[in-house]
Design a protein. Structure first.
Length: 162
């Protein structure tokens, strides 16, 4: 049975059936991964407190009809807001390690400007895609930059301000 071990950031946790959870991680070694936690929603589950979004953990997974969480140990709690965790999760591709972004987050020097640059979208070189004005925000769905007034028409939870 294949086993995976990595430091990881808990990005999101969703209910999956009655007792199971599906947890989305940004792992240091393997990039973004989703895995199942059996019975994680039981209050008695020993893993539940370690799998809160925003936690930096040591994670052990096995491959068994998809990825399953075997063990999780909280090391610390990061200062990213739920919205920032959501946007990071949306930006990262599945199973692609991103050491630069990992370092920014765990070192506490998290800036969207740097994150977007690492992913190949440099705000300094960008213009608003509607009016060619100064790029002040990045829309994660269209992956386009917008100026202040054009970005005000976009759904707020999908916009990164740079
Ligand atoms: Zn504009």
């Amino acid at each position: 049975m294949q086993e995976y071990f990595s430091d990881a950031i808990v990005l999101d946790r969703l209910a999956n059936g009655d007792l199971d959870s599906r947890v989305v991680f940004f792992t240091k070694k393997f990039g973004k991964l989703a895995a199942k936690a059996k019975s994680a929603r039981k209050i008695t589950s020993k893993l539940s407190a370690h799998l809160e979004p925003g936690n930096l953990i040591q994670l052990r997974l096995i491959e068994k009809n998809g990825l399953q969480i075997v063990d999780a140990l909280k090391m610390s709690r990061l200062t990213l807001s739920p919205q920032e965790l959501y946007l990071v999760s949306e930006l990262l591709a599945e199973a692609e390690p991103e050491f630069g972004i990992w370092e920014l987050i765990v070192s506490g020097k998290f800036f969207w400007l740097e994150v977007l640059k690492i992913l190949g979208w440099d705000p300094m070189l960008a213009r608003c895609s509607d009016c060619s004005g100064k790029a002040l925000s990045f829309h994660i769905t269209s992956q386009e930059f917008y100026c202040g007034s054009c970005s005000s028409k976009l759904p707020k939870n999908k916009v990164i301000y740079v």
